[in-house]
Design a protein around this ligand. Structure first.
Ligand code: HC1
Ligand code: SF4
Length: 573
């Protein structure tokens, strides 16, 4: 242990404790802007400076550890003065139009400036204005970038994609796409992790809310919405609702009150995905197509973009099943459209997703009879949904539980857990067990795939399906994924079926979810989905009566010709 004094309080802390952590242990929160534990502790912003007795120079507290006998002041006149000047300088290079900023009210810089009682900026404003493609699924506003380096670190260390870089030097030092390229010319996965780790409004999703409002107001359009599994675990966070209050039924109510015509739950098409992908896996597995092993899941568009750019030779190993989002869009514009007597071109398909990459995936084409268009017309992130609710003056406390509309009303607990890492694999194994043995397993029989190793982010399991043993692996985070793919390529590990999610923890930690600066909530949100699954009346995708009816009335059977046309894709196309 190390003995130090902070603001006249004597404390003992374990060796290696930073001054910031030591102060926090006695309730002193030192302000910080760029710091992210274990990812960005490079003291780039210098907001966390403290004074050490006997030293002239102030020191940063996020990356300096407590040393025996140190006497530290976190709020001396010198510290207050320096901290205020630092923040004022940052503000002089930041577009401070808070009233029109997407992060207003949830911005670390705004909070620190307020907390420090900064009422003016005595320096000349100097803003950088780099061009950006406004049609790209996310937007970078260089005028708001505070060069904290978090985006660089997250993309390098967690996603291993190295999209961002420091450019220029000295006072001109700034951040931009590596090599000053256009974002559309580099291999961004669209995972959105740089957005959720940005402390200000420099990175945000392309706002599609006005486009959706216009479609709702269009009398010729029938707006049909779906809500992804992981949205229910997080949407209430931004609206002041507790986990218990923030039910999926209230999302459905909010959509109806916004004017959406029909509302559905993506858990329905997650169940449908299991029917297609589960049967595809069994077909590949029993046919012994060894060169196509392992089969990779294909529902995460961040992962699909990653494999296409980083490991194109492995693309044939992706399941050909479209993601639940895309399958639902195709079903809405055909089966559902026919059931309500509306032409597919008059159906406007909207999805609410925890994800930015879904805005890219939506461009997937749909050709059916005379119709040529897209499965999905608009994707809103969880954050955009909450902005629509707020801008429509819907009071969250007045929302009530509303069921989904008929025909595709049901979704199983297996569909709900798609939103957490391991969930797609677990749902698939539940149904694969039934398909192989003719009997349901215990619903929680495969829960081993829920807990990734802390170090690798990977879960491995050998699962018995009748007389066959299936070697499964689950991974989330693209840096972890790259390591796993390398091990597969080098023959160090062998699997039959691998689930990959681009965002750490799966969709619950998605790049479109509410932002809590510095806090990772994926695990907690995932627990919420497992709770909902445990208490769901239906736990098996193959028992979903609405999916069964879709097959008997329309698709015929999994992997039928029609199913291939509507529910599968050629990833090489
Ligand atoms: Fe996901 Fe999926 S689980 S990809 O994370 O397969 O986004 O929630 O909707 O499509 O169902 C996201 C979540 C989502 C799809 C499903
Ligand atoms: Fe990197 Fe993901 Fe951000 Fe793209 S979206 S730059 S891959 S962190």
């Amino acid at each position: 242990m190390v003995n130090i004094t902070i603001d006249n309080q004597k404390i003992s802390v374990p060796e290696g404790t930073t001054i910031m952590e030591a102060a926090a242990s006695i309730g002193i929160q030192i302000p910080k802007l760029c710091y992210l534990k274990g990812i960005n502790d490079i003291a780039a912003c210098r907001v966390c400076v403290v004074e050490r007795e006997g030293m002239d120079r102030l020191m940063t507290s996020c990356n300096n550890v407590a040393i025996e006998g140190m006497v530290i002041y976190t709020n001396s006149p010198k510290v207050r003065d320096a901290r205020k000047k630092t923040v004022q300088l940052i503000l002089s290079q930041h577009d401070c139009q808070c009233a029109t900023c997407v992060r207003s009210g949830n911005c670390t810089l705004q909070k620190i400036a307020n907390d420090l009682n900064i009422l003016d900026i005595p320096y000349k404003q100097r803003l950088e204005d780099f061009p950006w493609d406004k049609d790209f699924p996310f937007i970078r506003d260089s005028k708001k970038c505070i060069k904290c380096m978090r985006c660089i670190q997250i993309c390098d260390k967690i996603q291993d994609l190295h999209i961002w870089d420091v450019t220029s030097t000295g006072s001109r030092t700034t951040v931009n796409v590596r090599g000053n390229k256009k974002i559309s010319d580099v291999s961004c996965s669209l995972c959105g992790q740089c957005i959720t780790h940005c402390p200000v409004g420099a990175l945000h999703e392309r706002d599609d809310t006005e486009k959706v409002f216009r479609a709702i107001a269009d009398p010729n359009k029938v707006v049909v919405a779906q809500v992804a599994p992981a949205v229910r675990a997080a949407w209430g966070e931004a609206l002041g609702l507790s986990r218990e209050e923030a039910t999926v039924g209230k999302i459905m109510d909010s959509l109806k009150r916004l004017g959406v015509d029909y509302v559905f739950d993506t858990t329905f098409s997650a169940d449908l995905t299991i029917m297609e992908e589960g049967n595809e896996f069994l077909q590949r597995f029993t046919k012994g197509e060894l060169k196509l092993r392992p089969m990779f899941t294909s529902c995460c568009p961040g992962w699909v973009r990653f494999i296409k750019s980083q490991y194109p030779h492995l693309v044939p190993q992706l399941s050909t099943a479209k993601s639940p989002q895309q399958m639902f869009g195709a079903v809405m514009k055909t089966y559902f459209a026919e059931s309500i007597g509306v032409k597919p071109e008059n159906i406007y398909t909207l999805s609410i997703m925890p994800c930015v990459a879904k805005k890219g995936e939506r461009n997937m084409e749909l050709f059916y009879k005379e119709y040529a268009g897209n499965d999905i017309d608009a994707v809103l992130t969880t954050r955009e949904l909450t902005r629509m609710i707020r801008s429509s003056h819907i009071s969250p406390s007045t929302l009530v539980d509303r069921e989904c509309d008929p025909l595709m009303k049901e979704g199983s607990g297996a569909g709900v857990i798609f939103g957490a890492t391991g969930g797609v694999m677990e749902a698939a194994l539940r149904s694969a067990h039934y398909l192989v043995t003719g009997k349901n397993p215990e619903p929680d029989a495969f829960k081993i795939v829920r807990s990734p190793s802390f170090e690798t982010g990977v879960i491995e399991a050998e699962v018995q399906l009748g007389s066959a043993t299936v070697k499964a692996a689950v991974v989330s985070g693209l840096g972890n994924t790259r390591k796993l793919l390398e091990a597969i390529e080098h023959g160090e590990v062998h699997y039959d079926f691998v689930e990959v999610m681009a965002c750490p923890g799966g969709c619950v930690g998605g790049g479109g979810q509410p932002i809590h600066d510095g806090e990772e909530l994926a695990h907690e949100r995932g627990e919420n989905l497992y709770f909902l699954d445990t208490n769901a009346p239906l736990r098996f995708s193959h028992e979903n009566p609405d999916v069964q009816k879709l097959y008997s009335d329309y698709m015929e059977k999994p992997l039928s010709h029609k199913a291939h046309m509507l529910l599968h894709t050629d990833h090489n196309a």
